[in-house]
Structures are given as structure tokens and as C-alpha cells.
Write a new protein. Structure first.
Length: 353
């Protein structure tokens, strides 16, 4: 009885395994066709430009950072010249204005000193005349000393003139000093109108120069020049493809699973890739992405080229170090052994022991 029980358990386990395998692979395809493809970068520009120079040709090997072409943006060049001229004009005007202000300050100082000296001289002359008259009047015996002092100081024309000249001197000093101080402040200020305007132009100049750097196009990767769509001197509309650069060897396989098939292709599935022209050229890969919609299968991959065929795209990542040629047709096969082992281990936990 014990032996029969063991046999029964083995039969039951076999039935489960066979049922699992049948359910897993029934009606599914494990092979489909694809094309060796590469990472391709389309070179374009966001503005209308003109081709000044092209340093490569179709099929040229290029390294990352290598110069590919040089562009001209006519509007940018015109604006760059305008900003340069305007900035130069403002700087020249600012320098001229500063020279004029400095010269005006010198003139004001000279005018102030000259006016003050002239007033001081008049005051000195009037003071001498007043002193002379005071001494002369003091020598008259018919006039007492008190009467002499009263006569000399009450409404004395000399003293009135001297007092007026002193007020005039203070007025000249205050006026000239205020004007000189205002001009000196203008010279010392960093935010005068011309300086503010110059700073705005300098900022715009930096933006234009940064944009001009984008007119020198370099290769974004190590690879090959695919197609060149324009010639030197031709104008390029915004965002129009100028040239293409792609990797030297294929980095992915673009496969197509016909919609009439049931496929066990999922992201991460291991695959074996075989060249359609050289069966000895093989390598392993892994499914990187699957399409979310049905697309038309390329004519090269159809059993009957003239009969349309529809299917799902499958992207397979491969090592860049490979012998496949860009555009080469390949056969893609699911690595059933690894898939089976993974599914079986997942479905029957005791197989992990």
C-alpha cells in the first residue's frame, strides 16, 4: 500500500507538471523575426539657421564631443552687433559724462575760490578804511570819545558793507559747495541711469553669447554619421533634422510578434538572437520593452512581402560589443529552458530545495 501511495503521488505530480507545461506553452510561439537597430540621435536646432560649415560626411566615424557642424543664426548675429555697438556707445558716453562732470567740479571750485577771495579782499579794504576813519575822528578834540564811538558804529556805511559782504561770502560758499557735492555724488554712484542701461545690455550680451555656443554642434556619442540632409549655405527651418548620429554597433533588436500568435514574451524574458544570414552568429539578450499597440510589421519581416501583417513591437537589449550589422534581419527565440526553470520554480516551491 505504501508503494502504491508513492506511485500515486508521483503520477499526480507528473500530471500537474504536464498540465502546467501545456498551459504555459499551448498555442504560443517561441520565435519571431526582428531587425538589429541602433541608438540614433537626430541633430536639429530650435531656431531658423544657416549651415556655415560641415566637418563630417555620411558614414564618418565620430567621437563624443567632436565637432560636427557650425551654424549661423542671422537674427542672433544682427542682435549681437547691435548690443555691442549700443554698449560701446553707452560706455563712451558714460566716460565722456564723467570727464565733463570732473571738469565742471574743477571749474566750480575755481569759481568758488575766486569769488570768496574777491569778497575777502573787499572786506579787508573796507576794514582798513573804517579803521582809518576811526583813528582820524578820534583825534578831533571837539568830539568826545563816546560820541566818536557812537558816530562810527551807528549806521556806519563801512560796517554795513562789510556785514553784507560776509553774508554774500557765506551764500557763495554754500551754493558752490552744494553743487560740487551733488556732482561728486554722481561720480561715485554705481547705479546712474547709464550704468543701469549698460548692465541690462551686458546681461543680454551674455544670453546671446550662450546662444551662439549652441551654433557649434558636437557629437553626443561615439558612433557613425548616418544621414546628412543639408549642404553648406542652405537654410534650415526650426527643428528640421540636419543630420543623424547613431552608435557604431546595434544596441537593440526591434522584433515583431504577429498578432495572430500567443506569445510568452514579457519584459525581462531572456532570448537568443540568431542572424538570418549567418546561423553561427548568435548572442543572448533580454526583452527591454513590449509595445502597447498593434503596428504594421515591416515588409522585410513578412512571410509574404505583399501581404500586410500586423503585430506587437518588442525591444530587446543586447551588448554593444557584437558582430551584428545595422539593419540586419535576425531570428529571435525565447530561451525556453530558462523561462521554464523560472516558471517551474515559481509554480512549485519545493523545487527550490
Amino acid at each position: 500500500m505504501k508503494g502504491q501511495g508513492i506511485i500515486f503521488l508521483l503520477m499526480a505530480a507528473s500530471f500537474v507538471v504536464l498540465t502546467f507545461i501545456g498551459a504555459l506553452y499551448a498555442g504560443k510561439t517561441d520565435s519571431f523575426l526582428g531587425i538589429a537597430d541602433a541608438r540614433e540621435v537626430v541633430i536639429s536646432h530650435s531656431e531658423s539657421v544657416e549651415i556655415r560649415n560641415i566637418f563630417v560626411s555620411e558614414g564618418s566615424l565620430v567621437s563624443s564631443g567632436e565637432n560636427l557642424l557650425e551654424l549661423i543664426n542671422v537674427d542672433l548675429s544682427l542682435r549681437l552687433n547691435q548690443v555691442f555697438h549700443e554698449l560701446s556707445r553707452i560706455e563712451a558716453q558714460s566716460a565722456t559724462d564723467k570727464k565733463e562732470i570732473s571738469a565742471r567740479i574743477v571749474r566750480l571750485i575755481a569759481e568758488r575760490d575766486s569769488a570768496v577771495n574777491a569778497i575777502d579782499l573787499k572786506i579787508e579794504q573796507l576794514s582798513r578804511q573804517f579803521e582809518f576813519n576811526r583813528k582820524l575822528t578820534g583825534g578831533l578834540k571837539s568830539i568826545s570819545g563816546k560820541d566818536v564811538e557812537k558816530t562810527l558804529h551807528k549806521d556806519n556805511p563801512f560796517l554795513i558793507q562789510i556785514e553784507g559782504l560776509k553774508k554774500e561770502r557765506d551764500f557763495v560758499l554754500r551754493g558752490k559747495n552744494v553743487e560740487i557735492a551733488m556732482l561728486r555724488n554722481i561720480l561715485s554712484e554705481d547705479k546712474d541711469p547709464l550704468r543701469i542701461q549698460a548692465e541690462k545690455l551686458e546681461n543680454e550680451l551674455n544670453v546671446i553669447q550662450d546662444a551662439a555656443k549652441n551654433l557649434e554642434i558636437i557629437s553626443p556619442l561615439d558612433g557613425l554619421i548616418g544621414s546628412v540632409f543639408f549642404k553648406i549655405g542652405e537654410k534650415v527651418p526650426p527643428f528640421a533634422p540636419i543630420m543623424t548620429v547613431h552608435t557604431r554597433n546595434p544596441q537593440l533588436i526591434k522584433g515583431f510578434v504577429p498578432e495572430s500568435y500567443r506569445s510568452n514574451v514579457t519584459i525581462g524574458s531572456p532570448v537568443i538572437i540568431v542572424s538570418s544570414f549567418n546561423p553561427e552568429k548568435t548572442m543572448k539578450g533580454r526583452v527591454a520593452a513590449t509595445g502597447s499597440r498593434i503596428v504594421e510589421v515591416p515588409e522585410r519581416l513578412r512571410p509574404l512581402p505583399n501581404v500586410p501583417l500586423w503585430g506587437t513591437e518588442v525591444m530587446i537589449a543586447i551588448n554593444e560589443d557584437n558582430d551584428f550589422v545595422l539593419g540586419e534581419k535576425v531570428m529571435i527565440t525565447i530561451d525556453e529552458n530558462k523561462v521554464f526553470r523560472d516558471k517551474l520554480v515559481e509554480f512549485l516551491p519545493f523545487f527550490r530545495r
